[in-house]
Ligand binder design. Structure first.
Ligand code: HEC
Ligand code: HEC
Length: 364
């Protein structure tokens, strides 16, 4: 009886406690418990910080000649966030400030340039020995004057043989008293060169002798050539006094460049065709008539036919030679017309508009 009770007590204890050493006989090992559920997943780490905004682009370069500076480069993309998700890309950097406008002519402006007179300079460009252009009034003796006049080689518009003088040459057309028209773009040079550079290019001590017939640019610093004052006046005229042709008229040049065709007997001169259009189209004819009455009427008469200009009336002259007419109205014609009759571009445009009208200003 005692042993039976003890066994029952021991068996119950074995069920409850595994592997407990008991006094007496060892019980069988218990079955292991089931594995516990997995722990909850860890929280996601915080998202990375937003990348820094890129630096602003560098300021644009200073423009070379009057041109605007380049746009600055966009800023760099911000760095990726450090921890967790990649941070948002940083915003593009602000566009760099536009570079400052380049100076028309960097460096010092010589005092002689400041003192120069562009109206006398324009007159000198036409005929530099005339007094209105600052000359002595005495034409240098020697070969034809045309080999010394700026306009003969560079044209009234400064564009040489690429526009209004495209159908005009000297020696190659057989008129040996005229020089060949230069292909140089004097208007572009006037804007890109500094006043001092232009002065040197005009005076050109290494140029050809003044009185020699040649198509090369003369040495105007030679005895009997330009005075320094005249050269500075011309420089100022070139930089500030020239009127833009397209403000007054349009010109189309069609056909081959001027040349001789030797395949025929006798040889044939090939010339391009020049067509002027829109003369005075940018002006106001009513105001132009007022300019005319005030400045030209006294000599050229009510309808521009009073003075015979080589067989032309004034209206016809403007319509056929618009590249030259403004030059006379602005710089004069020594002994005939005063300089500076019309100096404001809009007045010149208006005057052109009035004179382009063939009803009010007829051919002779
Ligand atoms: C007989 C023709 C002739 C005459 C007259 C002449 N030039 Fe020239 N000029 C040239 C030729 C050709 C060139 C281009 C070659 C050179 O630079 O030598 C030139 C070049 C120039 C240049 C340099 C242009 C450049 O892009 O480098 C300037 C400025 C100039 N001439 C101004 C004048 C002025 C102002 C006058 C009048 C005072 C004048 N020229 C008279 C033929 C002439
Ligand atoms: C004081 C008198 C006078 C006045 C004012 C005058 N002209 Fe003349 N103009 C002349 C004479 C004289 C001629 C003839 C020149 C010639 O035969 O070469 C002339 C010729 C011209 C020529 C042709 C130039 C040439 O070289 O063949 C033009 C262009 C011209 N005048 C425009 C004008 C304009 C525009 C006005 C007004 C802004 C004006 N003129 C005012 C007297 C004058």
């Amino acid at each position: 009886m005692t042993r039976k009770i003890w066994l029952a007590v021991a068996g119950a204890a074995v069920l409850a406690v595994i592997g407990v050493a008991c006094a007496g006989d060892d019980g069988a090992d218990g079955v292991p418990g089931a594995t516990g559920p997995a722990g909850a997943q860890g929280d996601t780490g915080p998202a990375g910080a937003k990348g820094d905004t890129g630096d602003a682009g560098a300021k644009g370069d200073t423009g070379a000649t009057g041109a605007q500076g380049e746009t600055g480069a966009a800023g760099a993309t911000g760095a990726a966030g450090a921890t967790g998700a990649t941070g948002e890309a940083g915003a593009d950097g602000a566009t760099g400030a536009a570079g400052a406008d380049g100076l028309d002519w960097p460096g010092l402006i010589p005092a002689a340039y400041n003192d120069a007179d562009p109206i006398a300079g324009g007159a000198a460009y036409a005929k530099w020995w005339k007094t209105d252009g600052g000359g002595t009034g005495i034409q240098p003796t020697g070969p034809a004057a045309d080999f010394m006049r700026c306009k003969s080689c560079h044209a009234w518009d400064g564009n040489g043989n690429r526009s209004s003088y495209a159908n005009r040459t000297g020696q190659s057309s057989g008129k040996a008293t005229r020089p060949d028209v230069s292909s140089v773009d004097l208007r572009a040079a006037a804007l890109s060169e500094t006043p001092s550079e232009l002065f040197d290019l005009i005076m050109r001590p290494a140029g050809r002798p003044l009185l020699q017939e040649s198509n090369a640019h003369p040495n105007y610093s030679a005895e009997g050539g330009l005075t320094d004052d005249q050269a500075w006046n011309i420089v100022k005229f070139m930089k500030e006094g020239w009127m833009e042709p397209t403000a007054l008229y349009d010109l189309t040049v069609t056909g081959e460049q001027m040349s001789w065709d030797y395949s025929t007997t006798p040889r044939t001169l090939i010339t391009p065709t020049l067509t002027y259009s829109n003369v005075g189209a940018k002006g106001d004819a009513v105001n132009g008539a007022a300019v005319y009455t005030q400045a030209c009427f006294e000599c050229h008469g009510v309808d521009g036919t009073e003075i015979d200009i080589g067989g032309r009336s004034l209206g016809q002259f403007i319509r056929e030679k618009p590249h030259e007419a403004w030059f006379k109205a602005k710089f004069g014609e020594p002994g005939k017309m005063d300089p500076a009759m019309v100096t404001v571009l809009s007045d010149m445009q208006d005057l052109y508009a009035a004179l382009a009208d063939v009803t009010n200003f007829p051919d002779p």
